[in-house]
Write a protein that binds this ligand. Structure first.
Ligand SMILES: Cc1cc2nc3c(=O)[nH]c(=O)nc-3n(C[C@H](O)[C@H](O)[C@H](O)COP(=O)(O)O)c2cc1C
Length: 179
């Protein structure tokens, strides 16, 4: 099962990218591809610029990456209660190729932050609008206090309750194979 994972952030050491990657390892037989959104930088979307340049290559590549995966795991960084500007901009460009950006792929939404809120605000927003964007949402998990529950040296979640939630989400994603 080819799983595309990314953190919805352009931080080099994104904790969301680390969480998405780790969660993919919990899917049995996963063939994991990790995207780094800093490889998909684009000018700020505007309808005027779109008329000028059309669909830029990074947006097309991002859209095609989702299209060629069997499933997607994305973990949302929360900036001031919402999406990171880098993700929102890429998402806006991709949505002009097709509003169903997630192309009906089985998807797990995650979110994490260093604080107790666990980026729950952006996760709620992403869940609330998922049906408009072709997301076949299998599970959504917020992980609070990232640095208390994740071992950055091994790249693994160490806290049992968070590990259980993420294992359940990975299992829900894998279940399509036997359905
Ligand atoms: C501009 C900015 C705004 C932020 N706003 C929030 C916030 O609203 N809620 C939160 O939990 N963390 C917030 N943070 C902290 C992020 O959760 C933290 O930087 C985290 O590492 C971002 O995820 P990433 O490492 O995947 O990029 C903010 C960080 C920045 C730089």
């Amino acid at each position: 099962m080819k799983i595309l994972t990314f953190g919805a952030s352009n931080s080099k050491n994104s904790i969301n990218k680390a969480l998405a990657r780790f969660t993919a390892t919990l899917v049995p037989g996963a063939d994991i591809e990790v995207l780094d959104l800093s490889d998909y930088e684009l000018p700020i979307f505007s309808e005027d610029l779109e008329k000028e340049i059309g669909q830029p290559a990074p947006a097309k590549t991002f859209f095609e990456k989702i299209g060629s995966a069997d499933a997607v795991i994305v973990s949302f960084a929360e900036h001031n209660g919402s999406y990171s500007a880098a993700y929102k901009n890429l998402f806006d460009w991709a949505s002009r190729i097709d509003q169903k950006v997630f192309q009906d792929k089985p998807t797990v939404f995650l979110a994490t932050s260093p604080g107790p809120g666990g980026a729950g605000s952006v996760l709620a927003s992403a869940k609330g609008s998922a049906r408009f964007f072709g997301v076949d949402l299998k599970a959504a998990v917020s992980v609070a206090n990232f640095y208390d529950v994740f071992d950055v040296d091994t790249g693994r979640i160490t806290e049992p309750s968070a590990l259980e939630d993420l294992t359940d989400a990975a299992t829900a994603l894998a279940q399509r194979e036997v359905a």
